[in-house]
Design a protein. Structure first.
Length: 360
């Protein structure tokens, strides 16, 4: 922890609506600071397409050093469709941070909040409360910037390593154990793969099975990616924790966000052995930038995830309780009828922020 027992948080606002949703999240953290017996020190730093456009770099070295020194990293949405690298890929410091700090576990919770309508019939009665854990440093994304393109064909390579898979599965089983201890009924861990077709996924599955033997209290099973997608849109309440390869996780986490109302409701974390980044799942939405229409809920819930991780890392019971208080405040606000623009309502960024602060 930082000097004077203050938790030092690196704040990277990002692009588009990134800074707009970051501001309410910081307000919420400041509001809860005193009552939770916590102290924060926020340091803002540049990252994203805007910085690349000005300097030719997605992040300066000073931002990377700040992230290295901080207790945790809060990241707003990054990237703009109109600003790209010479190879036509988007500026994505969120992906670069995963590689720099070895953030192998991408944690994507999907919980249906009271008052928010799901597209799935029966979800309002049965509920949705699951987590997709996406390996975030290798898989198909290991080929980013390294693919080979000729006049006749293009090739990308998927990479699955034992070291990363072992750590990923240990993390996943521990998370499933914690959720079970907190009262998750009928929970377990599902390995999502395509082991019936690809040797790399058969290797991935075999390491999962080895790890499962060390966690006999967690119900462990397998499901192919295509069957998983079909089941999620029929019976999402049957799932607890899922762990999968990078590209599969990228797709499934968007699907599960859609089940709970959309990307504006979906928080996330990228976690490694030492460092962690917390950010909303949504993009920069340049079409609504500066209009006060952005939904800050995902960013606020990402801050709550940060508190839970800090509690586990430093043994701070107050931080865990503070994260739960933020979640309860968000639940209360939506159950009370607040309706962001993305749901056809008239509540903008300031309305949601004000309501959550009042509920705290």
């Amino acid at each position: 922890m930082s000097a004077n027992d203050a938790l030092h948080i690196a704040v990277l606002g990002g692009d588009g609506i990134g800074p707009e949703v970051m501001a309410p999240a910081l307000e919420v953290l400041r509001k809860i600071e005193a009552s939770a017996g916590l102290k924060f020190r926020f340091t803002e730093a540049p990252a994203g397409a805007g910085h690349y456009k000005e300097t030719g770099k997605s992040m300066p070295e000073s931002t990377i050093r700040l992230c290295e020194e901080a207790d945790a990293i809060l990241l707003g949405a990054c990237g703009l469709p109109s600003v790209r690298y010479p190879d036509n890929t988007e500026i994505a410091p969120q992906i670069e941070l995963r590689v720099i700090f070895d953030l192998y576990a991408g944690v994507r919770p999907a919980r249906l909040i009271p008052g928010v309508k799901s597209t799935i019939v029966g979800a309002d009665q049965k509920g949705i409360d699951l987590v997709v854990i996406r390996e975030s440093t290798e898989g198909l994304f290991a080929s980013m910037g390294k693919g080979v393109v000729t006049d006749d064909e293009a090739r990308e390579t998927m990479v699955i390593t034992r070291r990363t898979s072992e750590r990923l599965f240990e993390f996943s089983f521990r998370l499933a154990e914690r959720r079970k201890a907190r009262g998750k009924v009928g929970g377990g861990l599902t390995c999502v793969d395509k082991a019936n077709v690809f040797k790399a996924f058969a290797f991935f599955r075999s390491i999962f099975d080895e790890t499962a033997k060390r966690h006999p209290d967690v119900s462990a099973d397998h499901l192919y990616i295509d069957a998983t997608a079909a089941a999620l849109v029929k019976r999402p309440w049957d799932f607890d924790v899922m762990v999968t390869e990078n590209m599969f996780g990228d797709i499934l986490s968007d699907l599960t966000a859609g089940l709970i109302g959309g990307m504006g409701m979906a928080p996330s974390a990228d976690i490694g052995d030492r460092y962690a980044v917390f950010q909303p799942c949504h993009g920069t939405a340049p079409d609504i930038m500066g209009q006060g229409r952005a939904n800050p809920t995902a960013m606020i819930l990402s801050a709550a995830m940060m508190l839970d991780w800090l509690a586990d890392k430093h043994g701070l019971e107050g931080a865990a309780e503070a994260g739960e208080r933020i979640e309860r405040a968000v639940d209360k606000v939506y159950a009370g009828g607040i309706k962001p623009f993305e749901f056809g309502g008239s509540n903008g960024t300031a309305d949601v922020a004000k309501a959550v602060l009042a509920a705290l």
